[in-house]
Design a protein around this ligand. Sequence first.
Ligand code: HEC
Length: 152
Amino acid sequence: MNKSLVLGFTLLSFLLTACGAGATSVPTSETAAPVSSPTDTLVPTVELVPASAPTDAPAAVVSFANDVMPILQSRCINCHGGQDTKAGLSVASYNTLMAGSEHGPVVIAGDPANSLLIQSIQQGKMPKRGPKLTPDQLQILIDWIMAGALNN
Ligand code: HEC
């Protein structure tokens, strides 16, 4: 009994050290090769970015938290959230925004053209004071509603 156990451990430890020695020798021989030409690989990568950007744009996912909320916070929150909620509309959170104003919903998921949020900006009524939204910012709001006005 004892003899076979000892033999087993000896075999096991021999195999482990044999495998360990074999594994360490592999990466050292491979790492040297790809380091040689970093400047050559930069050229095609830079050219690919502007070429693929326009086709990628419509597929990009708009995030409520990362893209929509910062716009509302910077342009609308002074009058619609916190202290003041003009027309009963608060953009302080996803839930209050989707709850709408005293007249009803201002966001209709999938239908930006009929969403009061978009209409009020496009007609120049909102923001009532302060800098207007840029076309890019308006487009983000439109894309978000078009994609289903998700809490993403
Ligand atoms: C300086 C204050 C102010 C700012 C900033 C502002 N609003 Fe308003 N908003 C109002 C007032 C006041 C009303 C009530 C209607 C009116 O007087 O035109 C209103 C009404 C609205 C309504 C219509 C609600 C309804 O059912 O009648 C929407 C939608 C709206 N605002 C969206 C926005 C959005 C989106 C922004 C940011 C891009 C924004 N507002 C920024 C003051 C403001």
